[in-house]
Design a protein around this ligand. Structure first.
Ligand code: ADP
Length: 354
């Protein structure tokens, strides 16, 4: 549990982390998601005890960790880079947490072998880290972190330096070894957040400028971002400014019924591109394809809709090969339940919508 956790690097300066309060239930995964400079790594270092708090408390199972040194917090960290000892064998690297505690060599090695099996690297014991790929090195680092017998695994952008295949492997492995460990993951990548925070109790805390923006299951962040910042961070693209009147969002798209009550006044409609349906011209909201960008197996189709008060741009997705061409007239369907309205300015951001 983080309770009012605050860190100010310069006396009198802006807080890198400002009164962050979020529960971290035992056995669950909490993701700290935010852009660079939002305070994520600071939070992780405060939890690990590597950095002093200026205010607030870090609690583990209800016990305040103030004064408990990092090595006694029962936490292990998997950093962006594996940070292995280059002169030691893979086996000795993994056995290291045991060695420093004075565990007899044979027992330490037996455990390290089991950990290497668990991360899918049996037979690599005698190699040096320099003889492994980046993904394999990160798996060794994970085996070493697990060998420390932590209650909490701290993950600091653990796959940032890896290629797509190795990233997927490390993600899969983390999901497999996770068991009842508590995970605290720092990332700027919503896909990583969604991949690792996929159990019912898992939550994502979105940070910006050291402030908590939203704390919710990842599905809710996608479906109901509380602010433009959250919507953008989660890869949202469509932002249609307009006005809310009597439960409808009024913009060049028309007067669209909203699924939940929203206070009257200016508001921006945000809609996930994968939830907008492209339908034949003549049905739905009439628009014209303004741009098509291929994103792997899907194409991102930008549709311009001219209406009262100007032109809105709405992004939709189509399977590759089935996308319309620039200039084509198309129809758009925006199902009622996917319409979300957020405050128009980034200043209004912390205010949660009902
Ligand atoms: P993130 O991990 O989200 O990129 P950080 O926690 O690293 O964010 O940084 C949050 C803010 O604190 C940034 O403005 C950063 O410049 C500042 N900061 C981080 N570490 C230090 C430090 N050791 N000394 C001074 N300022 C720091």
């Amino acid at each position: 549990m983080l309770d009012g956790v605050t860190r100010r690097y310069a006396v009198g300066g802006a807080a890198a982390l400002d009164g962050l309060t979020v529960p971290v239930p035992g056995g669950a995964c909490l993701v700290l998601l935010g852009p660079s400079g939002s305070g994520k790594s600071t939070a992780l270092r405060l939890v690990a005890g590597l950095e002093p708090l200026d205010a607030g408390r870090v609690l583990l199972d209800g016990a305040d960790l103030a004064g408990v040194p990092p090595e006694r917090r029962r936490m292990a960290m998997l950093a962006q880079r594996p940070l292995l000892f280059g002169h030691l064998s893979v086996l000795d690297n993994v056995a290291f947490p045991h060695t420093v505690r004075g565990v007899p060599r044979r027992r330490a090695h037996a455990d390290a072998r089991a950990r290497l099996d668990a991360v899918g690297l049996p037979g690599f014991e005698r190699r040096r880290p320099g003889e492994l790929s980046g993904g394999q090195q990160q798996r060794v680092a994970l085996a070493r972190a697990l060998a420390a017998g932590p209650r909490v695994l701290l993950l600091d952008e653990p796959t940032t330096g890896l290629d797509t295949g190795a990233r997927a492997e490390v993600h899969e492995l983390l999901r497999r070894v996770r068991a009842d460990l508590t995970l605290l993951l720092v990332t700027h990548d919503p896909v990583e957040a969604a991949t690792l925070a996929d159990r019912p109790g898992d939550r994502v805390a979105v940070l910006r400028d050291g402030l908590l923006q939203q704390h919710a299951p990842v599905g809710e962040l996608y479906a109901r971002p509380a602010s433009l910042t959250v919507a953008r961070l989660l890869g949202g693209r469509t932002e249609v400014p307009g006005t809310v009147r009597a439960g409808r969002h009024v913009s060049p798209l028309g007067a669209l019924q909203l699924p939940v009550p929203v206070p009257a006044g200016p508001g921006v409609l945000v809609v996930r591109p994968e939830l907008v349906e492209l339908v034949p011209a003549g049905s739905g909201i009439a628009g014209t394809v303004a741009e098509v960008r291929v994103l792997g197996a899907r194409a991102l189709v930008t549709v311009a809709v001219a209406g009262a008060g100007g032109t809105a741009r709405v992004h939709a997705e189509a399977p590759l090969g089935r996308q319309p061409a620039v200039g084509d007239p198309v129809g758009l369907r925006v199902p009622v339940d996917v319409r979300t309205v957020v405050p128009p300015s980034e200043d209004g951001e912390r205010q949660q919508l009902p």
